[in-house]
Design a protein around this ligand. Structure first.
Ligand code: NAD
Ligand code: MG
Length: 291
């Protein structure tokens, strides 16, 4: 047993700012993605997963957990994140599983189609798709939210999910699982995350409609809704510096979550044990969150 209030560091945190998309390896304190803690028990033996944003944060925690549960894993990330991605690939391969690195920008439809094809080729099929990559850049006033920034958030967080799912569906056998990372922002949007919160609500809605569309084909579609989690997203423009220093302090647990604390949710939603769970959103927000 471990007290959740003291399991990970509490605010105040050191001021820190990285250029987008940020590196987990350069954060203080370092996020815990389960590198030394996650223990598998054969829940995903023989499964084949593609995870976007698999280099860091929730995607990295899912990638490590999936490999330790017996899955082969392909990860997508941006070329600037190669150093984080290399660590993940090494951790996957340490488990004796295939670890496939497929960098590239998801804002491009042709790239999304190629990503799915490359993953299918390298893994010998596909039965888990985790739409997890995301862009979050805080802007205090709608007058300062540019069309370019708005468009980049929509492309990364909504269009990529649509393009990847569309390309993947033809490859997914019955028993497959699609998982979106949505957010508490889908239900309780912040004043300075207007564009981002729209996309997280879209991730949630897409999850529910696609669960209805794909249920008859035996493909389950679910979402994970994190609250404040200590990841690069937050230190490269996702929060104001004031909010970053106090990040997670207003949750009942008094701290932000770490990606490792959500890994088992991604496993559960992919596992056949959860065969009656579809169209569901699983929260992990340290005490707040759902409507
Ligand atoms: P993260 O920075 O570790 O992961 C986001 C990833 O998105 C990056 O690693 C990057 O590889 C990828 N990405 C961004 N733009 C991309 C692009 N154009 N092309 C390809 N990849 C791109 O941070 P995270 O917090 O783990 O984010 C993962 C998901 O969790 C996101 O969808 C985010 O919205 C969601 N989320 C995070 C929090 C939080 O507090 N950290 C809370 C709720 C939801
Ligand atoms: Mg990253």
């Amino acid at each position: 047993m471990q007290d959740p209030t003291s399991k990970h560091p509490k605010p105040p945190f050191e001021e820190q700012k990285q250029p987008f998309p940020g590196l987990a390896g350069e954060m203080t304190p370092k996020p815990d993605h389960g590198e030394t803690s996650y223990k598998g028990s054969g829940r995903l033996v023989g499964r084949k997963a593609l995870i976007t944003g698999g280099d860091s944060g929730m995607g990295r925690a899912a990638a490590i957990a999936y490999a330790r549960e017996g899955a082969d894993v392909a990860i997508n990330y941006l070329p600037d994140e190669e150093s984080d991605a290399r660590e993940v690939i090494a951790l996957i391969q340490d488990e004796g599983r295939k670890g496939i690195a497929l960098p590239g920008d998801l804002r491009d439809e042709a790239f999304c189609e190629k990503l799915v094809e490359d993953a299918v080729k390298a893994l010998g099929g596909l039965d888990i798709l985790v739409n997890n990559a995301g862009r979050q850049q805080q802007v205090g006033s709608i007058s300062e939210l540019t069309t370019e920034a708005f468009d980049a958030t929509m492309k990364t967080n909504i269009y990529a999910m649509f393009w990847l799912t569309k390309a993947a569906v033809i490859h997914l056998p019955p028993g497959s699982s699609i998982i979106q990372t949505t957010s508490v922002q889908a239900y309780d949007p912040s004043e300075n995350l207007v564009d981002y919160a729209i996309t997280k609500a879209a991730n949630l809605s897409f999850t529910k409609s696609m669960a209805k569309q794909l249920g008859p084909k035996g493909i389950r579609v679910n979402g994970v809704a994190p609250g404040p989690v200590w990841t690069p997203l937050q230190v490269c423009g996702g929060q104001t510096m004031d909010k970053l220093v106090e990040f997670g302090g207003d949750t009942p647990l008094g701290r932000p979550g770490h990606p490792a604390e959500l890994a088992s949710i991604y496993v559960q939603l992919a596992d056949n044990d959860a065969s009656f769970a579809t169209g569901q959103i699983y929260g992990a927000a340290g005490g707040g969150g759902h409507p």
